[in-house]
Design a protein around this ligand. Structure first.
Ligand code: ADP
Ligand code: ZN
Length: 514
């Protein structure tokens, strides 16, 4: 507590920090899952100060290393980093201090750490702990796999007595399992925090005319800092230019800009007030700006994990912030094509599609968005949050029990082996070759769906998936299967409300303008 106050100037620990810190100080291994902004750094920085020797912090992010080392130096902690941004002389100086026991923390990029020379250096100094930041980089399923992370087990093999603390803000179960396995952390105690970010208000809107919608949203955030995420570099540029024309202090950021421009724009975003950064997801990882007031998605993120990470950059100071997303059917098609055309393995593609489905379910839900989002990460929020669009303005719904029964029966009668397109054709009584070949034109469900059009039926199917009555096959082929939850609806024992699809005229308008 004294060190916490004296060095970091905090009066109390946050959430599970104290338990984690005590565990590591006493030499235990730890796996820390804590949302962005939760305060992970302190979990290794404080033990590093309390234990004899130097702490080695593995981090893949050069910008983050520099920021943290600067911040530590400012409060009088002997810390330094080694990465490709230093010239030879500067590196030699850091190594000299390290060997002279002059450092409490040394930040290192993984590729540097894993060199034979550096491992040899490690053997000559007393080590207090290893901190492995962004530990999800070890996972293939994660969003930023780094092959070098796989080799970090060498630390444990060479220095078994040095405690290790692995940290990540990625919470999903498969990634967590892979971290434990790949980093040999079976013995480590796991500290799993709540991933709720109660100060972030979630909103998802149906994309009609993206730019006016964005403009209206930004009008509620005048002179505030925020991020607008777009899928492509071109769209980043165009959106930034358009916003500038509208008098918004916007800057572009994507991997296609030269390093100097990127660094300059990032610096301005961090240092100035009221900058709106239009960016691809290349922007944001490791950016610690506490007062980002909003994150807007003009395109769908790739997964719910991605959405959570990206929106999590808002409101790190705990003050009200907004996560806003506009999505349309076109986005789904684009993303599905992205996946289809990628060079990835079939297995990987199926996984990506499953992730997209999960994101869609979130976008479509009429339930509390926070309950949905946290539920996806395995966490239960007992009450609706009262701070998302669905809680604040419950969406118009209709009694879709009968439509759902028809849709579910159609899935059942056709053998739970088909995707939405085919199922809708059967409901609408189409007589195409495929349907005839299967003899499905003779089924009782053939042609029972004339009360809705194809678009509305697709909406019904999407929402049935979102509500967990239908489930896409595990392989990701897009075929739909019934779940246990479908039974009471099929039997007429429970009724179902679905979100009303926006009507056709609105959709035409959006097509014309987009
Ligand atoms: P993470 O790495 O989990 O995203 P950080 O370690 O960057 O989070 O911490 C997020 C913010 O919270 C930082 O601004 C940090 O100074 C602050 N913070 C961390 N721990 C505490 C604490 N115990 N009391 C007050 N502020 C804290
Ligand atoms: Zn809610």
């Amino acid at each position: 507590m004294q060190t916490l106050r004296r060095v970091f100037g905090y009066t109390a620990f946050r959430g599970p920090q104290q338990a984690i810190i005590e565990h590591v100080i006493h030499g235990g291994d730890a796996l820390v899952l804590m949302p962005t902004g939760g305060g992970k750094s302190l979990c290794y920085q404080l033990p590093a100060l309390m234990r004899p020797g130097t702490a080695i912090v593995v981090s893949p992010l050069i910008a983050l290393m520099q920021d943290q080392v600067e911040a530590l130096n400012q409060v009088g902690v002997e810390a330094a980093f080694l990465n490709s941004s230093l010239d030879g002389a500067a590196q030699a100086e850091v190594e000299r201090r390290f060997l002279a026991d002059g450092l409490k923390l040394l930040y290192v990029a993984p590729e540097r750490l894993l060199t034979g020379r550096f491992l040899e250096l490690l053997g000559r100094v007393e080590l207090s702990l290893f901190a492995i930041d962004e530990a999800h980089c070890v996972s293939q399923w994660g969003h930023d796999f780094r092959p070098e992370y796989r080799q970090l087990t060498v630390l444990h093999e060479r220095f078994p007595q040095v405690p290790r603390i692995a940290l990540t803000a990625t919470a999903d179960a498969p990634t967590r399992r892979e971290i434990v396995e790949r980093l040999a952390l079976n013995e480590a105690e796991q500290f799993v925090s709540s991933f709720d970010r109660p100060n972030i208000r979630y909103r998802v809107v149906h994309k009609e005319q993206a730019r006016p919608q964005l403009k209206a949203f930004l009008a509620g955030h005048e002179d505030e800092s925020g991020i607008v995420y777009c899928l492509s570099r071109r769209k980043v540029e165009e959106t930034a230019a358009w916003l500038q024309e509208q008098g918004v202090n916007a800057l572009p950021y994507h991997a296609g800009l030269d390093a100097e421009t990127r660094a300059a724009h990032q610096q301005r975003f961090l240092r100035e007030d009221g900058i709106v950064m239009c960016a691809t997801i290349a922007f944001g990882m490791g950016i610690d700006k506490p007062d980002v007031r909003f994150v807007a998605h003009l395109d769908l993120p790739k997964s719910l994990e991605g959405y959570y990470q990206e929106t999590g950059r808002a409101g790190r100071d705990g003050l009200p912030a907004e996560a806003w997303m506009a999505y349309g059917l076109g986005d789904l098609v684009t993303l599905a094509q992205f996946i289809q055309r990628s060079e990835a393995s079939e297995e990987r593609k199926r996984l990506e599609r499953a992730k997209l489905d999960a994101l869609l379910a979130f976008a479509e839900t009429t339930r509390c968005r926070r309950q949905h989002l946290l539920g996806y990460f395995g966490e239960t929020l007992e009450q609706p949050c009262g701070n998302c669009d669905n809680c604040l303005e419950p969406p118009p719904t209709w009694d879709a029990t009968e439509a759902a029964q028809k849709a579910l029966s159609c899935v059942y009668r056709t053998g739970q082996r088909y995707g939405v397109g085919y199922l809708v054709d059967v409901l609408l009584g189409k007589d195409n070759e495929r349907i005839q070949a299967q003899g499905h034109d003779h089924l009782s469900v053939h042609g029972i769906g004339h009360d809705l059009d194809a678009r509305q039926w697709r909406g019904v199917f999407r929402q049935l998936v979102a509500h967990g009555l239908l489930m896409p096959d595990a392989e990701g082929y897009g075929t739909l299967q019934l779940t246990e939850a479908a039974r009471p609806v099929l039997r007429g024992e429970s009724r179902l409300q679905l979100r009303r699809e926006p009507d056709r005229s609105q959709r035409r308008a959006s097509r014309r303008t987009s």
